[in-house]
Design a protein around this ligand. Structure first.
Ligand SMILES: NC(=O)C1=CN([C@@H]2O[C@H](COP(=O)(O)OP(=O)(O)OC[C@H]3O[C@@H](n4cnc5c(N)ncnc54)[C@H](OP(=O)(O)O)[C@@H]3O)[C@@H](O)[C@H]2O)C=CC1
Ligand SMILES: O=CC(=O)O
Length: 330
């Protein structure tokens, strides 16, 4: 029997790549930048499996160019880059990497929250560029975390892990929004589920962890920033399109809120002349939340397991569209 053919849309850690290579014929895209859509379509044309990244759009056009494709294994927990309905309609399985990056992402949410609250980015730039003239009693004043109120928007795996760190470490009171009750958060963290408007009005820190979906796209605009405290810190480690960036820039510029920390933007990369980069109270890092060696290795293992299950006709360990089981491609 011939070996399955797989396209891996970027170099991933060897732990995953070698596991796939042991079973499949593998073509790895060698460049730093993603394959352009037409090139991606060409590479998957005769493939049974695809390892996609969050920078690769997996849409109907791509799927129609790959009639043998059985599985799309996304090297990410978020799968908003994949048209899951189009995959399901064509009998193509979709996998993702939940859990493996929960701690690393929660760590970056806390890092951004602390750094924005304590003006780390701004003061480090000032020091480097000669604006550190002396120790000043009123210089670079930020805000404390201890005992303050944290608002988690989207109390899923990462939202819970971030809240646990901030409640346990700084005694923060936790409010959250969710589509249903989250008993773990209520019991373990004494957290309270509220409507978004109440969360915005009461929170000193707002950290966004909901996935990008039709109910969260553009969730944060001028009206939402206006409801927040003028001292509030806003953190987004989810996806850029949850936020109206022009409204965020205006809120930071006008003092509607105190500061922001962003791991994600729209687009990525954010153009270097974007206003958000010029605002001293906005700290932006380049989508690094899962970027630890152990985490990326763990993601690679999950990704390979999904891919191999998909090409082998087995149940995916992390299966986004299990409803495809009855009609998957042979
Ligand atoms: N910056 C980075 O590198 C990383 C970013 N991410 C992003 O973080 C997201 C979350 O990951 P993870 O925690 O593992 O996923 P989860 O699915 O565990 O958490 C997402 C949560 O958001 C909730 N949610 C969805 N829509 C709404 C809404 N309208 N209002 C309130 N809550 C909502 C979901 O609710 P429900 O429970 O009802 O489904 C779910 O609890 C990913 O989708 C990805 O976009 C993840 C990893 C790394
Ligand atoms: O953004 C990263 C992810 O895994 O989702």
């Amino acid at each position: 029997m011939s070996r399955p053919k797989v396209f891996v849309a970027r170099r991933i850690p060897d732990e995953g790549l070698n596991a796939i290579r042991a079973v499949c014929d593998v073509d790895v895209w060698p460049e730093q930048l993603p394959p352009p859509p037409a090139v991606l379509r060409r590479h998957v044309a005769d493939c049974d499996g695809l390892v996609s990244l969050l920078t690769d759009r997996v849409d109907a056009e791509l799927l129609d160019a790959a009639p043998k494709l059985k599985v799309v294994s996304n090297f990410a927990v978020g799968f908003n880059n994949v048209d899951v309905a189009a995959c399901t309609a064509r009998g193509v399985c979709v996998g993702n990497t939940p859990g493996a990056l929960t701690d690393a992402t929660a760590d970056i949410a806390v890092t951004l929250l602390l750094a924005a609250a304590r003006r780390v980015g701004e003061s480090a730039t000032d020091a480097k560029e000669g604006r550190w003239l002396t120790w000043e009693p009123l210089g670079w004043l930020g805000s404390d975390l201890a005992g303050r109120t944290l608002g988690i928007v989207g109390m899923g795996r990462i939202g819970f892990a971030a809240a646990k760190r901030l409640h346990g470490g700084w005694g923060m009171k936790v409010l959250y929004t969710a589509r249903g009750p989250k008993e773990d958060a209520d019991k373990e963290l004494g957290a309270t589920r509220v409507e978004l408007d109440e969360l915005l009005a009461r929170s000193d820190f707002v950290s966004v962890h909901a996935d990008l979906n039709p109910t969260t796209k553009g969730l944060f605009g001028a009206a939402q920033f206006a409801k927040m405290k003028r001292t509030a810190v806003f953190v987004n480690t989810s996806r850029g399109p949850l936020v109206d960036q022009a409204a965020l820039a205006a809120a930071l510029r006008d003092g509607t809120i105190f500061a922001a920390g962003l791991d994600v933007t729209d687009p990525e990369p954010l153009p270097t002349d974007h206003e958000l980069f010029r605002l001293p109270n906005c700290l932006i890092v380049p989508h690094i939340a899962s970027a630890t060696i152990d985490t990326r290795n763990a993601m690679a293992r999950l990704c390979a397991n999904n891919l191999l299950a998909g090409v082998g006709g087995a149940a995916l360990p992390n299966w986004v569209n299990p409803e495809v089981a009855d009609k998957r491609r042979a």
